[in-house]
Ligand binder design. Structure first.
Ligand code: URA
Length: 221
């Protein structure tokens, strides 16, 4: 692929991917990503947690990075955050199986504390290295609608200046074809103390309802 093609093939993210984005089936991309060594996170992780869902999904949900259970199973959103997300999707009238679920970073990053593996946030270099896979998923699906779960995913789409507390729940145009909104990450909701936790959960459901409505209004693929 020439440089010009590589740039044209990039997904509509805030920062350029910076290298040619592979065009392939989800199955082939998953196999390629399983051998990714672009940042050090592969060394301690059990698996590359690639996205999951139909290639014809009309919406993509983008989380941050896999957690302990996702690393062990190799599937996104199967731990506590995933269970909260599924409850919220159900309340919003959405089916997980109809959506494409993925993460901005595809390896679990953690620090060992005895037998426990504690979540550690991927740094800017690790996020940038992984953008290639998110861009490849985006190119394969070309979704009209996307939801960023949490600040890391939101900043990948909208840039470092994006503030979830100010701009949550608002559709933002990404390019001529696609728009996205950002909402609370289910893990952040689980960590929120007191009555604010329920408030944020209700806002997550409200934002997912906005996605359900946009899907209803949009023309079928
Ligand atoms: N948090 C995420 O952002 N993604 C997962 O897959 C699990 C937890």
């Amino acid at each position: 692929m020439s440089g010009a093609e590589a740039v044209a093939a990039e997904a509509p993210f805030a920062k350029p991917v910076g290298q040619p984005v592979p065009r392939a089936s989800l199955r082939a991309l998953r196999a390629q990503a399983a051998g990714c060594r672009a940042c050090p996170l592969w060394r301690d992780a059990t698996a590359t947690v690639f996205g999951e869902g139909p290639a014809r999904a009309r919406a993509m949900l983008i989380g941050e990075q896999p957690g302990d259970e996702e690393d062990r199973s190799g599937r996104p959103f199967v731990g506590p955050a995933g269970r909260l997300l599924e409850r919220a999707l159900g309340e919003a009238g959405l089916e997980r199986g109809a959506l494409y679920l993925t993460n901005a970073v595809k390896h679990f990053k953690f620090q060992r504390r005895g037998a426990r593996r504690l979540h550690d946030r991927a740094n800017a270099h690790e996020q940038q290295a992984c953008r290639l896979w998110l861009a490849a998923e985006w190119l394969r699906l070309r979704p009209r609608l996307a939801v960023a779960l949490g600040a890391m995913a939101a900043q990948t789409l909208f840039g470092a200046g994006f503030r979830l507390s100010r701009e949550r729940g608002r559709w933002i145009k990404l390019d001529a074809r696609s728009r996205a909104l950002a909402t609370w990450h289910p893990s952040a909701i689980l960590r929120t103390p007191g009555p604010q936790r329920e408030r944020r959960y209700r806002e997550l459901v409200e934002d997912l309802r906005a996605l359900a409505q946009a899907l209803d209004e949009a023309a079928p693929r």
